[in-house]
Design a protein around this ligand. Structure first.
Ligand SMILES: Nc1ccn([C@H]2C[C@H](O)[C@@H](COP(=O)(O)O)O2)c(=O)n1
Ligand SMILES: [Zn+2]
Length: 164
C-alpha cells in the first residue's frame, strides 16, 4: 500500500493532468490535519473564461503581455485553496507538484496552511526573485516547507476490471 504522503502527492499529480497549459501542468492537493482532502486544483483560466478566447502562449510575437497566459491563469495552489468551499485552511498541508511562486506563497500564508510539500522546484539559481521571495515569505511566516521524497517510483492506475 502507498504512504499517505505518496497518496496525496499522487492526487496532486493526477489533478495536474487536467491542466490545458501545453508547457507546464501543475497540480495541488490541500489536506486537513486529520488527513481529509479539502481541495484539489490545477493551473487553468478562471471559471467562465474560455480557453478558446485566452492564449496559452508563453511569449507574444508582438511583445504584448496580454497575448500570453500569465495575466490570466489561476495557479494550481490558489485553485486548491479556493476549491475548499471555504473550509478553513488553518493547520493544513498543501501538496504541490511544483514549488509555489511568491503570489501563491502569500495566499498560502494568509489562508493558514501550515506545511507545503512540493515535488520539484522551478528555481534554477538565486537570481529568480519570484522563488527566492516565496522561500523568504514562507520561512518568515513559519510555514514548514518540505521536498517530497517518494517511496514509490510510480503508482500505475489500471482501468481494467479487477475481476478480469
Ligand atoms: N507554483 C506554480 C507555478 C506555476 N504555475 C502555473 C502557471 C502557468 O500556467 C505555468 C507556468 O508556465 P511556464 O512559465 O513554466 O511556461 O504553471 C502554477 O500553477 N503554480
Ligand atoms: Zn503561483
Amino acid at each position: 500500500f502507498i504512504s499517505w504522503d505518496d497518496y496525496f502527492m499522487a492526487i496532486a499529480f493526477l489533478s495536474a493532468e487536467r491542466s490545458k497549459d501545453p508547457n507546464r501542468q501543475v497540480g495541488a492537493c490541500l489536506v486537513s490535519q486529520e488527513g481529509i482532502i479539502l481541495g484539489i486544483g490545477y493551473n487553468g483560466f478562471p471559471r467562465g473564461c474560455s480557453d478558446d478566447k485566452l492564449p496559452w502562449a508563453k511569449k507574444s510575437a508582438r511583445g504584448d503581455p496580454l497575448e500570453t497566459k500569465y495575466p490570466y491563469v489561476v495557479h494550481a495552489e490558489v485553485n486548491a485553496i479556493l476549491n475548499t468551499n471555504h473550509a478553513s485552511a488553518a493547520g493544513q498541508k498543501l501538496y504541490v507538484t511544483m514549488f509555489p511562486c511568491n503570489e501563491c506563497a502569500k495566499i498560502i500564508i494568509q489562508s493558514g496552511v501550515s506545511e507545503v510539500l512540493y515535488f520539484v522546484e522551478k528555481r534554477i539559481d538565486n537570481s529568480d526573485h519570484v522563488y527566492v521571495a516565496s522561500h523568504n515569505l514562507l520561512s518568515m511566516a513559519g510555514v514548514k516547507v518540505r521536498k517530497h521524497q517518494p517511496q514509490m517510483a510510480q503508482i500505475p492506475i489500471n482501468f481494467q476490471d479487477p475481476r478480469v
